[in-house]
Structures are given as C-alpha cells and as structure tokens.
Design a protein around this ligand. Structure first.
Ligand SMILES: [Zn+2]
Length: 325
C-alpha cells in the first residue's frame, strides 16, 4: 500500500478539556484531544469518502477502520478498543473506539507528544469550591500549534475561551518559526503524568503578552481575511494593523481560519469540503491554494486527493494513447 501522509492536526481540529483539577484547587491540567468529526474529515480527505469504512463489534467497544488498497484490491483493517471514561461518558464507546482506531491510522497521533499543561487558578482559570469538590466551567481552545519534522509538537498556545486570555504557551516563535525544542517525556493524553516541569505559562510571565503582532501574522491576516474581517480589524487597530497586539492576532487568525473553512467550496468530484493537504514531500497546501490551482488546471474545484487521482487518470490515458500509436 502506498504511503499516504496523514496531515497533522490544525489548531481548529484540536479540542481542549480539563484533565484534572489539583487537589488543593490551585490549578488544573489540560488535555488535547480530537473529535470523531476530525477523524472523518481526515479520512475523507486522504482516502476519499468511498475509500474507507468503519465497523463496530463487541457492543461498540471495538472499532475497525478499513481503508481500500487500490494496488492490492482489498481492504486493510486497523482496529482498536474504546474505554468509557467519566468525562466523555455521553460520547460513548463507539466514538471512543473510532477515534482510537483513527490514531492507529496516524490521525492525531502527534497529540501524544503534547507537553504537560498546567494552568494556575486565578487569572487563567476559575476553580470553584462546590462543597469541597473543585470544579471549573471554563472552556479552553488551541490558538496555535506547531510541529517539527518528526511530527512532534514544538509550539502550543492555549487560550481561555471565556476570558480570551492566553493561558498557556509552549515553545518559541510565532506561527512561522517553530524551532525544535528539546524533547520532552511523552505522555499519553489519557494518562497525564504528574506535573514534572514548570510549563511556560502564567499571565504576567509570558514573553509575548503586550507585544505586537508579527509581520507574518499581519501578512496572514491581509491574505486570508475577508474584506469584512479586514475592515473590522483595521478600524480597531489602524490601517497598517500597527496597533494589533500579538495575542489578539492569534484570535483573529483562528477566527479567519474557522470562517474560511466553513465557507470552503466543495469538491466537484467527491463532494467534500476542500481542506488543506499535505503533499508526499512534506510541504502543505492550504485549501485556498488547492482551489486556486485546481481551477487553473481543471477549470473546476477539486480537493487535494481528487487532484492527485485526476492527474493519475490523465497519466494512464496518456500512456494508453502512446501505446496505441
Ligand atoms: Zn474530492
């Protein structure tokens, strides 16, 4: 079976939830995870909607994701078992075993390289004492994620979705440059280890707080924001975005990405929303780049996998023609 590159999860595709609240209520740890929708999105994008299937056994405790191998003409299976965790009881075994089987195909495996994330109570989150039981109702979201060439997380920025404060930063550099950081002990998202090292977090100690947006961020906004979004940002921060704070830029960029992905046109061939696509050589193309290129090459909108398939078909036809002549 030919080696297909599973794209690394984007900030939009990563969910955050509270893993554990400290015994004294002084802080909490966070966990990165993926939603089953993300697995479907990635499987559709890589193998095509008709190129994969799932089935469950043992009352949904097991899930097998099968992918069609064109060369061998057969389905290739990968199976895993779900666990009914307290925090996700409502989501159920089926979705859990599906997500785990997805990891076996490589979807979101990079989340296992996440650092231990500890957030202090107070400025960064609000922990309430409910008759001796600590609770936190805050929601968190990933604003920025970066990886090295080994598909390990080297950059992570998390915000409190309620207060809009950046509450956790890991690694250095903005979205363009994510220099590899020294390798940290890997932890599985389901079993967070004890707080070993001090994470780079905590409101006032963060290097980027109060600094202005980088040139790369501004460039990204100029290129990808809709007219309406851009006008809105300009009105608030000036024509050259000269007063746009770094942290606010992160939020704006995430918002732009989200709006863009919602409005992405669908592939003419497979009907799926066109998403970003990792080429076999490791470079990635954004959805807009793919749409632009496919419009030029084929006169219609095609997703990454369909573009590749069309190219292959064209090459086959060409070869046949040459054979005949
Ligand atoms: Zn397609």
């Amino acid at each position: 079976m030919k080696q297909l590159e599973i794209p690394l999860l984007t900030a939009r595709q990563i969910e955050v939830r509270v893993a554990q609240i400290g015994k004294k209520g002084d802080g909490l740890s966070l966990l990165l995870y993926k939603d089953a929708r993300t697995d479907m999105e990635v499987l559709d994008a890589i193998f095509g909607p008709m190129g994969w299937q799932r089935h469950h056994s043992r009352d949904n405790a097991n899930c097998t994701i099968s992918v069609w191998d064109d060369e061998k003409g057969q389905w290739v299976d990968k199976e895993d078992v779900g666990t009914e965790s307290n925090t996700e009881a409502q989501k159920g075994l089926a979705s859990d075993s599906f997500k785990r089987a997805g990891v076996n195909w490589g979807i979101g495996r990079e989340l296992y390289t996440a650092p231990y994330i500890w957030i202090k109570n107070g400025q960064n989150c609000t922990i309430q004492n409910d008759n001796g039981r600590f609770k936190c109702y805050d929601k968190f979201e990933v604003l920025e994620i970066g990886y090295n060439e080994h598909r390990e997380i080297t950059r992570l920025v998390i915000a409190n979705a309620k207060t809009k404060n950046v509450v956790y930063q890991y690694g250095t550099g903005a979205r363009q440059a994510s220099k590899a950081v020294e390798s940290k002990p890997k932890e599985t998202p389901d079993q967070p280890a004890k707080p070993a090292e001090k994470p780079i977090s905590g409101g006032s100690t963060m290097a980027d707080v109060g600094t202005l947006a980088t040139e790369e961020q501004k460039e990204y906004i100029r290129k990808n924001a809709s007219d309406e979004e851009y006008m809105d940002i300009m009105q608030e921060y000036g024509a050259e975005l000269e007063n746009l704070p770094y942290n606010d830029a992160l939020f704006r960029i995430k918002e732009i990405d989200r709006n863009n992905s919602d409005q992405m046109p669908k592939c003419t061939r497979c009907g799926k929303i066109v998403t970003g696509w990792a080429l076999p050589d490791g470079t990635t193309m954004t959805a807009s780049e793919i749409i632009g290129k496919s419009k030029i090459s084929y006169g219609a909108v095609y997703c990454g996998p369909c573009c590749v398939a069309l190219k292959k078909e064209a090459r086959k036809r060409e070869a046949k023609k040459n054979e005949a002549s």
